[in-house]
Design a protein around this ligand. Structure first.
Ligand code: NAG
Ligand code: NAG
Length: 985
């Protein structure tokens, strides 16, 4: 009885709350429901309850007034399937006060907002964010004069043009909608210049609480007039162009909670009192490289939760009072210029989850901080600073810690045993420090570790090389009297970090092959390069089923342990610079990249995409048979003792891009059959005994992609065939297509490489004045013709002048005659030109004065006459560039005498060496090499200061072309860039 009464009461309450659904509204809603998809497809969950047999006021997402009119509709994120246009029944819901259609992209579907929206004149709340409406916002919207909240943000995707506020413009809009408290127009193109937008808003909307105009194409400063908006709580102006100092107005807003000015080009000094506003919760000023500032003392009463200042010029120290930010959960000040020590008081930030402070100048120790008190930390990112001292063992104690990056600092000494460790740690990067000694035992307790990078330290080994040795131990007594449960009888196989994917121990002092990862089948990347590991490469590593990328280069390995399985999935193996002997192992069926160079291998050649056997002891002839089904794209047999002829079977290598046979003892005529390999980019035949002409009159093949041809130091004779030159299109490229060329050389996407980012490079080794340099990536845009040291004769073909993107041309030490063609003056990118030691006559073409990039010129020891062209460029060349000619005069050979007096006699013949810091181009050799690894490894070049200045500059220029972001990155903001030093080969 009682329950029946309750039931009736319940019904009455329902009636009171919902009223009775208005018939017209019901019909409108049912028609609206029809835009949802057919029944068998996905039905939006809220619309499931929209059933004509029930009261529509009880439907999900529907709110009614007491008299049964629908006044609120919220179908946000329901993935409605149909478009809402002028004919939609939605606009019959005349009593609507609140409409939320957000996150329904089919609703707008790239069409304009329907003007019928103007019928809903009772609306207080309108949310059309992420509805994929586009084009001009209709005038009809200005009729919604009661609007308190208008959200049109996020409508700028799917390749359609975004929403625009041109007509009506922002002023017209806000003059009509004077009740607005919250205005979200993020991503709407607002055509407002200068301070127009500030003035429009501040004069019409004095009670505004939320101003969210990110990516609105605003291009004017923030104006003092905004000071009128005393109620502002949220200010979001990211991704606009506000290129002047910020006014101090914001600090007066007593209710300010959120200020976001990311990537706004704001300059000047940030008003620091803003950080002291007691209501402020989030600040994002990141990516404003001209914005300066520093931290004030933080007051005790504050609400700061998120402080993001990355990539700005904020500087100074972190004040001790940072410990007052009790609510702080996120601090990102990476890529700023902060200095001084990290104050101990940060241990009071118990709410802190993300700590990002990389790439600053923080110094001093961090071991007095009680890291274990920071119970909520997930990320500690302190890399690329000047921090020193020991690494505190408590730093891994925050129980949920996932990422710890301390690389590129000056931490030193031994690692102490870690007492409490986060079992969530996924990434531990201590690389590029001065840590030494044995890696502590407790490292095996990071059970979730996926990336361990200890590279570029001085670690000498692991406590127990193989944890299996510990299988009987369950408790280990640590020096600090704590007990560490490590292994537990049967669980021993789960010791250490079974999840490891990426293990980098390169550049340490390991002497034995670490084998604690023997059972870790998830390992994909193993880098043990540049250690002192001796003896045998164990064969169990080839059984690790996920292994893709193995770098064991630059050690002292002598043998590979047999038998070698041939089922390994390793796709990249670098064994270069060891002492491996005997037969070349052929056992990796999926390898696309193998570097066996600089070992003592003797013979047999595996088939892969890339093969480098440079600087081995290959002797005798190249066996023709191995090239029968050739799929090499790169074949590097340089610097061996190969004799005999160039094997004709190379013609089977129809995808060959790079061929290096340089520095061998091959005796043959020019391999004309290579002309049929149209993919060839780089051909290196220097320093062999090749002879005869290079005309190849019997082949029609061409080399449209050829970038580098080096035939130096052979016995080639005859003329340079002009006809061939006209087909070398890659050297003619007029446009600056260096990027696309760099891309074209990359290897095609191959699913097997998904985990390992395969980094290909071609390197030139420049030997000059005792310097040896590898230039990675340079070859990708480098162009060079080197025919020096042969017996070429005849005149220099004028067609050479068509090779407009040529960087280096060396025809020295031949028997060329006739005049220097003036067309060479067209080679506007030329940086080095050597025509010395020929029999060239006539004058230096005056066009040479225009060669602006020319940094090295040698015309010495010819029969040139006349005055040396005068230009700023020419005055920088030394005398040695011109000596040994019959009748050259003028600076720099002879000081210009007064007008009228006869030209002074030219200096005598001489074979004087080049003076100054110039590289002796006669000693330049071109080599090919490969590296694989992560990130960009260009540092060795960019920071190699000792290198001849001009070459440094020229190559830097090229690098910046390849990596336009480089300039920015190696500036003060080094965030996320790890410049790695590569081993010299
Ligand atoms: C700040 O917020 C409070 C509480 O919402 C409100 O009472 C007060 O009027 C606001 N101040 C201003 C200047 O708008
Ligand atoms: C040790 O092994 C036993 C049984 O094999 C298991 O119950 C116990 O949880 C293990 N202890 C640890 C610390 O792994």
């Amino acid at each position: 009885m009682k329950s029946l009464l309750h039931f009736f009461l319940f019904l009455i309450i329902i009636k009171l709350v919902h009223g009775r659904c208005d018939a017209d509204d019901l019909s409108a809603l049912l028609r609206l429901k029809k835009i949802s998809p057919p029944p068998e497809a996905y039905v939006p969950p809220k619309l499931l309850s929209w059933n004509s047999s029930t009261n529509c006021c009880a439907w999900d997402g529907v709110t009614c007034s007491t008299d049964g009119h629908v006044i609120g509709l919220d179908v946000s994120g329901e993935f409605l399937e149909g478009r809402i246009d002028n004919s939609s029944s939605l606009f019959d819901l005349k009593h609507l006060q609140s409409l939320n259609l957000s996150r329904n992209c089919q609703v707008g579907n790239g069409f304009p907002i329907p003007p019928a929206i103007g019928k809903l004149t009772n609306l207080r709340y309108l949310n059309l964010s992420i509805t994929c409406y586009t084009g001009q916002v209709p005038f009809a919207i200005t009729r919604l004069t009661r609007l308190v909240t208008l959200d049109l943000s996020g409508n700028y995707n799917f390749g359609y043009t975004q929403l625009k506020l041109y007509n009506p413009d922002l002023s017209t809009l806000v003059q009509s909608l004077t009740e607005l408290r919250e205005l979200y127009l993020d991503g709407v193109t607002v055509s407002a210049w200068d301070t127009e937008w500030c003035q429009a808003i501040s004069s019409s909307l004095p009670n505004l609480r939320v101003l969210s105009l990110s990516a609105c194409n605003l291009s004017g400063p923030i104006d003092q007039s905004l000071a009128k908006l005393q109620s502002l709580s949220v200010i979001r102006l990211d991704d606009n162009d506000l290129p002047v100092p910020l006014p101090g107005v914001f600090a007066n807003f007593s209710n300010l909670t959120s200020l976001s000015l990311r990537s706004c080009l704001v300059r000047g000094t940030f008003p620091e009192e803003l950080f002291q506003v007691p209501t402020l919760q989030t600040v994002d000023l990141s990516d404003n490289p001209q914005l300066h500032g520093s931290f004030p003392e933080f007051p005790r009463n504050n609400s700061l939760q998120s402080l993001v200042l990355s990539n700005t010029k904020f500087s100074g120290i972190l004040p001790k009072s940072i410990g007052n930010l009790k609510m702080l959960s996120m601090i990102d000040i990476s890529g700023c210029s902060f200095s001084g020590s990290i104050p101990k008081s940060i241990q009071k930030l118990t709410q802190l989850v993300h700590l990002y402070m990389s790439s600053n100048r923080f110094s001093g120790p961090i071991d007095s901080i009680h890291w274990e008190k920071l119970l909520n930390l997930l990320n500690i990112v302190l890399d690329s600073n000047l921090l020193s001292g020991s690494i505190p063992s408590s730093i891994v104690s925050p129980p949920f810690l996932e990422k710890l990056l301390l690389s590129h600092n000056q931490f030193s000494g031994q690692l102490h045993e870690f007492s409490d460790v986060s079992s969530y740690l996924v990434t531990l990067d201590l690389s590029f420090n001065d840590l030494e000694g044995i890696v502590p035992l407790s490292i095996y307790n990071f059970r979730g570790l996926e990336t361990l990078d200890l590279s570029s330290n001085n670690f000498s080994g692991f406590h127990f090389n193989s944890p299996q040795q510990l299988s009987n131990l369950s408790v280990i007594n640590l020096s600090n009297n704590s007990l560490l449960v490590l292994y537990n009888g049967t669980t021993s196989s789960y010791s250490s970090f079974p999840q490891i994917v990426n293990l980098n121990l390169a550049s340490n002092k390991l002497r034995t092959f670490p084998d604690f990862f023997r059972n870790h089948t998830g390992l994909a990347v193993l880098d043990l390069s540049q250690n002192q590991i001796q003896g045998t490469i164990p064969n169990w590593i080839w059984g690790l089923i996920s292994l893709l990328n193995v770098n064991l280069s630059c050690n002292s390995f002598v043998t590979l342990e047999w038998p070698l399985t041939n089922s390994s999935g390793v796709s990249e193996l670098d064994l270069h610079s060891n002492q491996l002997q005997g037969q070349i192992p052929v056992f990796l069926p999926y390898a696309g990249y193998l570097d066996y160079s600089r070992n003592h291998f003797s013979s047999s050649i595996p088939t892969n995409i890339v093969l480098s056997l440079r600087r081995n002891n290959l002797t005798g002839t190249i066996p023709g048979g191995v090239l029968e089904y050739c799929s090499f794209r790169i074949l590097d047999l340089g610097e061996n003792q190969i004799e005999g002829q160039v094997p004709k079977s190379l013609a089977n290598c129809t995808e060959l891009e790079i061929l290096n046979l340089g520095i061998n003892q091959i005796t043959d005529t020019f391999p004309c059959f290579l002309k049929n390999i149209s993919t060839l980019r780089i051909l290196l035949l220097r320093s062999n005994n090749l002879y005869g002409g290079i005309g190849c009159s019997e082949t029609n093949g061409t080399w449209p992609k050829l970038q580098i041809i080096d035939l130096a130091h052979n016995n080639f004779s005859g003329g340079i065939p002009a006809r061939s030159l006209t087909t070398w299109q890659a050297m003619m490229a007029n446009k600056d297509d260096s990027r696309s060329r760099a891309r074209a050389l990359e290897f095609p996407n191959d699913p097997g490489r998904a985990v390992v980012e395969f980094e290909y490079y071609a390197a030139i080794t420049v030997i000059g004045k005792g310097l040896e340099m590898d230039l990675q990536k340079i070859l990708t845009i480098f162009t060079l013709i080197d025919f020096s040291g042969n017996k070429f004769s005849g005149s220099i073909p004028k067609e050479l002048g068509d090779l407009k993107s040529l960087y280096v041309l060396n025809l020295s030490s031949n028997a060329f005659t006739g005049e220097i063609p003036s067309s060479l003056g067209n080679l506007q990118k030329l940086e080095s030109l050597d025509l010395s030691r020929n029999k060239l006559s006539g004058q230096i073409p005056p066009e040479f004065a225009e060669l602006n990039f020319l940094s090295f010129l040698n015309l010495s020891n010819n029969q040139l006459v006349g005055r040396i062209p005068t230009s700023t460029q020419f005055t920088t060349f030394p005398k040695a560039s011109f000596i040994g000619n019959k009748g050259l005069w003028g600076p720099p050979l002879t000081v210009d005498s007064k007008a009228g007096s006869p030209p002074p006699p030219p200096t005598l013949n001489g074979s004087q060496q080049n003076s100054g810091d110039e590289i002796d181009w006669d000693l330049i050799s071109v080599e090919i090499g490969f590296v694989f690894g992560f990130g960009i490894a260009v540092g060795s070049l960019v920071f190699y200061k000792r290198w001849s200045k001009w070459y440094y500059k020229a190559m830097y220029k090229i690098l910046v072309k390849i990596f336009p972001q480089l300039e920015e990155r190696i500036g003060p903001h080094r965030r996320h860039v790890h410049i790695t030093q590569r081993p010299r080969r």
